[in-house]
Write a new protein. Structure first.
Length: 502
């Protein structure tokens, strides 16, 4: 769809500035824990509203509601009835496009020009895409011989896994939450969503959409809070949860995997990355610069698929560094509603301190700071926001923390290389294996290099180009499992083989 024009009103006046609420069994509630915290806008440090923190009681209620819906009205719907309802959810998200856009940009600070073309349209599309998969995918059938000569017939049935815990991140809150909720619901499961404590608004708003289109109570539930000793821990440890899907850091993924091991419950984990971009001398320079600008700096570098390590073949190294520097310095930092804004703030002050600590480590390690490396001078009304400069370094050792550890900020280190074999080794020399980008006009080299990179997705002459039918996930410490298209069936359903003696 074509995204609507940017809302004319300022986010300072947006009705999205309000308290969040849990959404349990079709009702909005503040819960009974008595705990809450402030939702702070990263643009200027202003208070958006209060967010209730779920305790064990709220999580119990949400899981029980999800189970009741699974055993009741939701479980009794036909595939066509269920998918028609989810198509209505997508339509209503698009109908309320500006409401979702303002809520998402208030929580994250990202430019509306970005969220209106990626976050909100894709958030809606995640529902319709998976409804098509569910209606067309088949299972297997095997006739077999038996000693009496009469044979037997084996056929497979898929059934919903059950109640799915969805733990979603703050960098693309609606998109990455519906990427999990869409297939889970399309395949007949029910969900309890724990959005990031930093981005509660669009998950809450989606509850209004569910009620509007008539999704049965308990199918979609939301509990707010933190990880340890809060909603996240209570949800992942809950015995009524049949599977846990999570996008976030590798450290948190390890904790979730440990919690899910009690009861032998499956997990789908999309975790951290330290993704390489490989630029060969025969690349189309314009494409490579444009793509690397986006992969390093889009969403203030807060993209799990983003590029933090750039390897450039030596003959074009100086030109590439100079042109990427010019691009970074031309980026406008500002308010989300300004169409000229190219980059917003980091998600919050705690994350800014982390990113700035890596900026300092780079200097301490002897890096050449090509551009950036600090905090920009912002107007007085934005000075309270979590702003950092887009930053480029060269000259660090391959084992320096800035080169080996995920920073999740608008920054990249650029290193020259000479041979194909050398750069493949450099790219794979990491515990992570989420994504990579290769820039070359040599088609044989493109296929050859892509096949040797230890990643879940490799782009050639592009970045963030996603066909939702394809497998998505990470290798090594970047995750377990694949989602997308038919691959989501493996996690969100259980398969039963029926063997009939003839």
């Amino acid at each position: 769809m074509n995204a609507p024009s940017h809302p004319r009103r300022s986010l300072a006046e947006s009705p999205a500035r309000r308290d969040a609420a849990h959404f349990i069994n079709g009702e909005f509630t503040q819960g009974t824990s008595g705990k809450s915290y402030d939702n702070i806008c990263p643009i200027d440090g202003s208070r958006i509203g209060a967010v209730p923190e779920a305790g064990q009681a709220e999580v119990d209620a949400a899981v029980k509601a999800a189970r009741a819906a699974l055993d009741g009205p939701w479980g009794k719907l036909t595939v066509v009835e269920r998918t028609n309802m989810l198509a209505a959810v997508a339509a209503e998200i698009n109908n309320r496009f500006d409401d979702f856009l303002e809520a998402e940009c208030l929580d994250t600070g990202k430019p509306m020009s970005l969220a209106s073309h990626i976050d909100i349209p894709r958030g809606a599309a995640n529902f319709t895409m998976f409804t098509d998969v569910v209606k067309t995918v088949s299972t297997e059938t095997f006739p077999m011989a038996t000693p009496d000569g009469k044979g037997a017939l084996n056929y497979a049935l898929r059934r919903p896994r059950g109640v799915i815990a969805v733990i979603s991140p703050w960098n693309l809150p609606l998109l990455l939450m519906t990427w999990k909720v869409g297939p889970a619901l399309a395949l007949g499961n029910t969900v309890v969503v724990k959005p990031s404590e930093s981005t509660p608004l669009t998950a809450t708003l989606l509850g209004e959409v569910m009620n509007k289109v008539g999704v049965p109570k308990g199918v979609y539930n939301v509990v707010h809070g933190f990880g340890g000793n809060s909603a996240g821990q209570f949800l992942t440890q809950h015995p009524g949860v049949n599977g846990v899907t999570f996008t976030g850091s590798t450290k948190s993924g390890e904790q979730i995997m440990l919690a899910a091991s009690h009861g032998i419950r499956p997990v789908s984990l999309e975790l951290g990355g330290k993704n390489p971009g490989i630029v060969f001398a025969d690349c189309d320079m314009e494409k490579a610069i444009e793509g690397t600008m986006r992969s390093a700096f889009a969403n203030c570098g807060q993209v799990c698929l983003g590029t933090e390590r750039v390897y450039v073949q030596r003959p074009i190294f100086d030109e590439f560094v100079a042109r990427l520097k010019a691009g970074a310095e031309a980026m406008k930092l500002g308010r989300p509603e300004d169409p000229a804004t190219g980059m917003g703030p980091l998600i919050h002050e705690t994350h800014r301190k982390k990113v700035l600590s890596y900026y300092a480590k780079a200097v301490e390690g002897g890096a050449t700071v090509v551009t950036g490396g600090g905090v920009p001078d912002m107007p007085a009304d934005l000075a309270g926001g979590s702003w950092v400069q887009p930053t480029i370094w060269t000259g660090l050792a391959d084992d320096h923390p800035v080169v080996t550890e995920e920073i999740f900020g608008p920054c990249c280190h650029i290193r020259p290389f000479d041979t194909e074999e050398e750069v493949i080794h450099l790219a794979n020399n990491t515990p992570y294996g989420l994504a990579a980008a290769v820039w070359t006009e040599n088609v044989s080299r493109a296929h050859r290099v892509a096949s040797k990179l230890e990643v879940g997705i490799c782009w050639v002459n592009s970045w963030f180009l996603r066909d939702l039918r394809t497998a998505f996930g990470g290798a090594k410490a970047s995750g377990i499992g694949r989602e997308g298209g038919v691959h989501s069936l493996e996690f969100y359903t259980e398969m039963t083989n029926v063997c009939v003696k003839l």
